[in-house]
Design a protein around this ligand. Structure first.
Ligand code: PLP
Length: 429
């Protein structure tokens, strides 16, 4: 265990020193569905939330618990919940406080899958998303009414890579009693959204937190910094008796345990009912990944910077999308919210449009052509024909995807090999 505030130490030590029964240093994989109760009283106390402990791995698991504690410490939050995917984390983040008839306000700059979840799946549940352009934080205020339950955005959204004005929007939200939920998937370590006023963090751990590309997973982290009771009317799901848990009022029920009403409710109602837990084996994999996350982020950032500089000087490239290439307000936000580098993602547009984009991708040798980001290996994709293809052309443009756009997730290989592969693929494009 550690009291350190340094991420390099937290990722190796927070949440686990050794296994209590075997002294094993590595976190064991508790591959079990169930946990034996000591007595009927013990069982009743666990179900009644009178004491915390393991019941059933759909709702909690000791391997997942170490990952949850580690990411909580890294982000400076109070508690976390591991889930089966990043998509499940986005869904839970909203559904935990929104029901039919409610709305939330989201930045337009989103991962395509999240866009679809919000615009289409939530619509079928009667939950309305109100998309606003994040370049004007005041748009969030204008879109807010008494049924608005939260704001949602990505810190470093691809493909535009315009860093979100976290504090500006969090401040508006706190004035109106609306929490800001930040998807920080693309820039762990580089940004800590709670430091800027965000209330909840969403991660797809599938990406940089894992880094190995072996496992799908997600996380919700509760900052414990939002007063759900003060904004009482806005959060009936936290402040009024919950019929699904024999009338528990979540803000009251967990008060002795700290400001964890949001995350406890997500665990014991949504996870119980919807059932999208992270598998313990995957949690183990993410623990292996997170132990090297600060080092990897350094290399992702320096390699991506070199790639952006190289592309900016190439005559077949008409635009390079990377915070280092931005100016004005966008650059100011990148410099305010990202520390230690601009992340591993680089976008660019080829003069030859969609056809050149396809030829470029097909000519790549080192880069993998995959839908993922944040792998230790370098990855590339043509979003218009893949990740964003289910969006209308208009929605594609709103999220920043033009026909000739290519997205790179720059890995941690030697920079000479990365640049050599890009150069030969550009020659072929
Ligand atoms: N959030 C962001 C920013 C993403 O890039 C992704 C996936 O690409 C997700 C969420 C969804 O994560 P997952 O694929 O783990 O469900």
């Amino acid at each position: 265990m550690t009291d350190s505030k340094n991420p390099e130490t937290i990722v190796l030590h927070a949440g686990h020193r050794k296994d209590d029964t075997t002294n094993a240093v590595a976190v064991p994989i508790y591959q079990t569905t169930s946990f034996q109760f000591d007595s009927t009283e013990h069982a009743a106390n666990l179900f009644g939330l009178k004491e915390f402990g393991n019941i059933y791995s759909r709702i909690m698991n000791p391997t997942n618990d170490v990952l949850e504690q580690r990411v909580t410490a890294l982000e400076g939050g109070v508690a976390a919940l591991a889930l089966g995917s990043g998509q499940a984390a986005s869904l839970f983040a909203i559904q935990n406080i929104c029901h039919a008839g409610d709305n939330f306000v989201s930045s337009t700059d989103l991962y395509g899958g999240t866009w679809n979840l919000f615009a289409n799946t939530f619509k079928t549940m009667g939950i309305e998303v109100r998309y606003v352009d994040p370049s004007d934080p005041e748009g969030f205020r204008k879109a807010t009414d008494e049924r608005t339950r939260c704001y949602y955005a990505e810190t470093l959204p691809n493909p535009k890579l315009n860093v979100f004005p976290i504090k500006e929007v969090a401040d508006i939200g706190r004035e109106l009693g609306v929490p800001l939920i930040m998807d920080n998937t693309a820039c762990p370590i580089l940004c800590r959204p709670f430091d800027h006023g965000a209330a909840i963090i969403v991660y797809s751990t599938t990406k940089y937190i894992g880094g190995h590309g072996t496992s799908i997973g997600g996380l919700l982290v509760d900052g414990g910094n939002f007063d759900w009771e003060a904004a009482g009317d806005r959060f009936p799901m936290l402040n009024q008796p919950d019929p699904s848990y024999h009338g528990a009022v979540w803000t009251e029920a967990v008060k002795p345990l700290g400001p964890i009403a949001y995350i406890i409710k997500a665990r014991v109602t949504l996870l119980r009912d919807i059932g999208a837990p992270m598998a313990p084996f995957n949690a183990f994999q993410f623990i292996q990944g997170i132990e090297t996350l600060p080092l990897r982020m350094e290399r992702h950032c320096s390699n991506a910077q070199a790639v952006a500089d190289f592309l900016a000087g190439h005559d077949k490239v008409t635009a390079v999308i990377h915070p280092s290439q931005q100016s004005g307000e966008a650059r100011k936000r990148a410099d305010t919210y990202l520390k230690g580098g601009y992340g591993g993602l680089v976008g660019f547009e080829l003069a030859g449009g969609a056809e050149a984009g396809r030829k470029f991708i097909d000519a790549l040798g080192l880069f993998y052509h995959v839908a993922n980001i944040g792998d230790a290996r370098s990855l590339a994709i043509h979003p218009a024909s893949t990740t964003h293809s289910q969006l209308s052309a208009e929605d594609q443009l709103a999220t920043g995807v033009s026909q000739g756009y290519v997205r790179l997730s720059v890995g941690i290989e030697h920079i000479d090999d990365i640049l050599a592969d890009l150069k030969q693929a550009l020659d072929a494009a």
